[in-house]
Design a protein around this ligand. Structure first.
Ligand SMILES: NC(=O)c1ccc[n+]([C@@H]2O[C@H](COP(=O)([O-])OP(=O)(O)OC[C@H]3O[C@@H](n4cnc5c(N)ncnc54)[C@H](OP(=O)(O)O)[C@@H]3O)[C@@H](O)[C@H]2O)c1
Length: 254
């Protein structure tokens, strides 16, 4: 095996990717499969067919599991049995939602939905999947953070709170688990064309002002995240711990 293969190949590995139906999660699931991993696709509705097809075309196998991550109780009931029967080498905590409303009127319902999905379920799922990784002394955990892990955003207080917390948890987990050869890191995507940012792209003022601040001069695509995900899932990142890798066309440098 040549050096590049040794560093980056995911052959023989199994990756669990949450929110793998669309956008960034789909691109990462398919990218990990292209790099050699079998994948477990976690969604909350019976709608994973497109991702399943793309993984098959990459020549890898998949399992699809359903859990509604807005209900943290489902994490235990769905993921605990999964972890018992399947070795998971790579966990990508990608599923996430955004709800826009002014802070003053921000509803408790939106707050709970966002915090449960983006943060509480991520915490519980990571605990469950990390158990066997820590016992084996090998594992890779990747959280999908955000530029709103560093900045306040506009009209999205719950999302900002959840993503700041995801950045904090990345470091907290990494500090405890780096010594057991489980690497925990995050990717903070910039402005990427997905369902999550549809409302921004439809708003001419917001979309112009966002684009004007991106040094690369364009929105990102989901595939722009794949290389970073393969790096953080592979042996190439064995000495990288608690890092939050921005993939943002230069936004944070401005
Ligand atoms: N797009 C960006 O610019 C951007 C920037 C920074 C961070 N992010 C983060 O990237 C991640 C992926 O977002 P995306 O942009 O790719 O948007 P997306 O296309 O809306 O993807 C979100 C995924 O999460 C799944 N999901 C939503 N609610 C769920 C639930 N209750 N249980 C299980 N799965 C659920 C969705 O499934 P369904 O489609 O079936 O609902 C979908 O597959 C999120 O964490 C987001 O915060 C995105």
């Amino acid at each position: 095996m040549d050096l590049i293969q040794q560093l980056f190949s995911l052959e023989g590995k199994t990756a669990l990717v949450t929110g793998a139906r669309t956008g960034i999660g789909q691109a990462i699931a398919v990218g990990l499969a292209e790099a050699g991993a079998d994948v477990i696709l976690l969604g909350h509705q019976d709608n994973m067919q497109e991702t399943e097809e793309l993984v098959s075309r990459a020549g890898r196998s998949y399992q699809t599991v359903l859990a509604d991550l807005s209900d943290p109780d489902q994490v235990e009931s769905v993921v605990a049995p999964l972890v018992e029967r399947t070795q998971i080498d790579i966990l990508v905590n990608n599923a996430g939602i955004i709800r826009r409303e002014p802070a003053q009127q921000y509803s408790r319902e939106n707050w709970d939905q966002v915090i449960n999905t983006n943060l509480t379920s991520l915490f519980l799922l990571t605990q469950l999947v990390a158990g066997p990784m820590l016992a084996r002394k090998e594992g890779k955990i990747i959280h999908i953070a955000s530029l709103l892990s560093f900045q306040g955003g506009i009209l999205v207080p719950a999302y900002t709170a959840s993503k700041h917390a995801v950045a904090g948890l990345t470091k907290a987990f990494a500090n405890e688990w780096a010594g057991q050869n489980v690497q925990v890191n995050a990717i903070a995507p910039g402005y990427i064309s997905t369902n999550n940012t549809e409302a921004l792209r439809q708003d001419p003022d917001r979309s112009t002002s966002i684009l004007g601040r991106i040094p690369a001069g364009k929105w990102g695509e989901s595939n722009d995240l794949v290389g970073s995900a393969i790096f953080l899932a592979s042996r190439a990142s064995d000495y990288v711990n608690g890092h939050i890798l921005t993939v943002d066309g230069g936004w944070m440098s401005r």
